[in-house]
Design a protein around this ligand. Structure first.
Ligand SMILES: Cc1cc2nc3c(=O)[nH]c(=O)nc-3n(C[C@H](O)[C@H](O)[C@H](O)COP(=O)(O)O)c2cc1C
Length: 178
């Protein structure tokens, strides 16, 4: 059977980003039947401008293709000043008008319980874009006060269990939507 491919976006460009480490940990924790493709170049996207939307740009083409080829989208992002980070919102703005986002199952990972403003905003944005938010698959894990690597996260039993079970719920929801 073909593995299920999921596309992941991280809303932080930091090299030692907790959100990026969490997505890398999820790649390790995922079963062999699930492949998670993490976009590492979200920062290469030009600033969104409707005037240049019709022009071809490699980073834009790539993100659209990766999303189109995936069965679902996973987003892990920090909150900046109670809002969605600029880099993530910019990426989402590039995806507003295309067909790739419509009905795409979405799982949100929040690495800090206190960062609820951005999560609320993100929920509003992705549902407005006609994504299919899978509520039961969305996970909040308490990682903020730590600076964990992906390997550290894999070794944290409670966090690893929460991520694995969120991913399993997400994959089940995708199967049942087919
Ligand atoms: C510019 C900036 C603004 C931030 N604003 C908030 C905020 O409003 N709420 C919050 O909980 N954390 C806030 N933080 C803390 C980040 O959530 C925290 O540093 C997080 O680890 C960043 O995610 P990352 O490790 O994936 O880069 C802010 C951090 C930065 C750099």
């Amino acid at each position: 059977m073909q593995p299920m491919t999921l596309f992941a976006l991280c809303g932080s460009l930091r090299q030692t980003s907790i959100n990026k480490a969490t997505l890398h940990a999820l790649q390790t924790l995922a079963p062999a039947s699930v492949r998670i493709v993490l976009d590492e170049d979200i920062g290469l996207l030009p600033l969104f401008n409707p005037d240049i939307e019709h022009l071809s740009h490699p980073a834009v083409e790539r993100i659209k293709r990766q999303l189109a080829e995936a069965s679902g989208l996973i987003i892990a992002s920090p909150e900046y000043a109670h809002g969605i980070t600029g880099v993530l919102k910019n990426a989402l703005d590039w995806l507003v008008s295309g067909p790739e986002f419509v009905d795409k199952p979405i799982m949100l990972i929040n690495t800090s319980a206190r960062a609820y403003h951005a999560q609320q905003a993100l929920r509003e944005v992705v549902t407005t874009m006609s994504g299919k938010l899978i509520d039961d698959a969305c996970v909040t894990v308490p990682l903020l006060s730590k600076t964990p690597t992906a390997d550290d996260i894999v070794q944290m039993p409670d966090v690893a269990t929460a991520l694995t079970s969120g991913l399993a719920t997400f994959c089940e929801a995708i199967h049942s939507l087919r």
